[in-house]
Design a protein around this ligand. Structure first.
Ligand code: AMP
Ligand code: ZN
Length: 489
């Protein structure tokens, strides 16, 4: 059938035809590193991960580029408000670069925990200012800019298709209300390419440029870095839906003004994660981070599972009840895979069937899984196919496992780790300690000190270790969802 994606440009499902056969160039707008990512932001990055993994699964050689915004992003995307990085650094009494490093590290720690594959290229705005200056020079040479009040602006009236992505109508917008009006702008939609006259006296990072010492606007960084690594015409650009009306609209205008030709072929936008009545946002204060969830006892993969259960183009309502249900499902998934491991021939250690050797229902499920992803990345349907093959009693265990591990290349739920580690005791020190406690408990039982015996069992249970009394002794295992080790005592 082939991959079909919903392109925000044109608002339709379109067949994916890459610029270069067999390859896919993909840019996803990365974080502004002035604070922790909240779980809404993380929805965007799990989505990017699904895009990259799906493209690879379908056989494309993928270059996935992500920027790190460490300069130029104001609290309002339309050049209004304060500089996010400078504000955060001042509040924390740190330098901008210290803040950027801290939150960049925290960001990747989160994405690693969520099973997000690191992008092929991660690029920092502050390390690409020269590329931005070169691009702005081209935009200027082509006649799309004007200087006012010390800043260099992009003149949207010179770019006739301005606003096509967001279906904006300039005439209507001009009469619209704006929170903050920049007196220098000829049009409210004009945006800054280069700031010299900062409204912030304490702007920490500044560079020399043909327009004076200053710093770049936020939008130009994505244009400059994506083109540097993916070429001047590439396949896919992604971000959250809030980027449609301003950030991506401006990226398109300035990129095509510089090159004079079509820039990005497919625009993909994830809907919001919402909580209660509104979108979660970093600036609104009380936001939930991955750490909040982990402190409450959830595994980061519970959250990944929760996200995969919704289609990226639908709003997703976050609640702890919904997360509990995702956790329960993911735990049954792990349990099911472990049970199949035990069922597989060869003393429970059989290798899963390679996907090329699958037959019957398992093949059909893998084909349906692929079709679900090809149909605009339908992860809910893809998950249903995973469950379908795992639950089907008629599918041999080794085949069900083979299909599940194949599917997990896209789902990223850590099933591959179960494949490697389930039968091996990972932590020898833990094993020795648990076995010593089991021996103590057996003695307590012999002495009819059941209180002590139960206390030992409960203490281990709290640490995710389950004891099972069998006729020939006690065995122990890790509870589903815990890092898998465990073995017979
Ligand atoms: P920022 O760091 O604010 O630039 O945002 C990073 C990414 O998260 C962008 O792609 C945003 O569109 C996306 N985003 C922000 N809030 C949410 C939300 N509540 N749900 C889903 N995506 C979001
Ligand atoms: Zn961007």
């Amino acid at each position: 059938m082939g991959l079909r994606l919903y392109n925000t440009m044109g608002r339709s499902l379109q067949e994916f035809k890459p610029v270069q056969p067999g390859k896919a160039g993909f840019y996803g707008c990365g974080p502004t590193v002035y604070n922790f990512a909240h779980i809404g932001n993380l929805r965007a990055y799990v989505f990017d991960d699904v895009v990259a993994r799906t493209l690879r699964y379908l056989g494309y050689e993928v270059t996935h580029v992500m920027n790190i915004t460490d300069v130029g992003h104001l609290t309002g995307d339309d050049d209004s408000g304060e500089d996010k990085m400078v504000k955060s650094a001042a509040e924390r009494n740190k330098s901008v670069l210290e803040v950027a490093k801290f939150y960049t590290d925290a960001f990747f720690a989160d994405t690693d925990r969520l099973g997000i594959v690191r992008p092929t290229i991660v690029c920092k705005a502050t390390e690409h200012v020269a590329d931005m200056i070169e691009l702005i020079k081209r935009i200027e040479a082509n006649g799309y800019t004007y200087s006012a009040g010390g800043n260099l602006y992009f003149d949207v009236s010179k770019f006739p298709s301005y606003g096509e992505l967001a279906r904006l109508k300039l005439d209507e917008l001009q009469s619209g209300t704006r929170v903050e009006v920049d007196e220098n702008k000829r049009n409210p939609q004009d945006f800054v390419l280069w700031f010299t006259k900062s409204k912030f006296e304490n702007q920490a990072l500044v560079w020399d440029s043909p327009w004076g010492r200053g710093y770049p606007g936020w939008h130009i960084e994505c244009s400059a870095m994506s083109m540097k690594y993916l070429g001047e015409e590439f396949d896919i650009h992604a971000g959250g839906i809030d980027h449609i009306p301003v950030h991506h609209t401006n990226e398109i205008a300035q990129s095509e003004a510089a090159t004079g030709h079509h820039w990005v072929h497919y625009w993909l936008h994830n809907e919001f994660l919402v909580m209660g009545s509104g979108k979660m946002s970093k600036s609104s204060g009380g936001f939930i981070t991955l750490k909040t969830l982990m402190d409450a006892g959830y595994d980061p993969l519970d959250y990944r599972y929760f996200l995969l259960g919704g289609h990226y183009r639908s709003q997703l309502q976050f609640s702890y009840e919904a997360l509990d249900s995702a956790r329960a499902s993911r735990r049954s998934l792990v349990e099911r895979v472990l049970a199949l491991r035990e069922k597989a021939p060869g003393n429970g250690a059989a290798e899963p069937t390679p996907v090329s050797s699958l037959a019957g229902v398992a093949t059909a499920r893998v084909a349906a899984f692929r079709a679900a992803l090809e149909d605009d990345l339908s992860t809910p349907r893809a998950l249903a196919e995973l469950w379908g093959v795992l639950r089907d009693q008629g599918v041999p265990a080794a085949d069900a496992l083979g299909a599940a591990f194949d599917m997990d290349q896209v789902l990223g739920l850590g099933l591959a780790a179960l494949r490697r580690e389930v039968l091996a005791p990972v932590d020898e020190a833990l094993a020795a300690e648990v076995e010593a406690q089991i021996a103590t408990r057996a003695e307590a039982k012999k002495a009819r000190d059941f209180q002590k015996a139960d206390a030992i069992r409960d203490g281990l249970r709290e640490r995710g270790i389950i004891l099972e009394d069998k006729p020939d002794g006690t065995i122990w295992k890790m509870a589903p969802g815990e890092p898998v080790s465990g073995r017979r005592a």
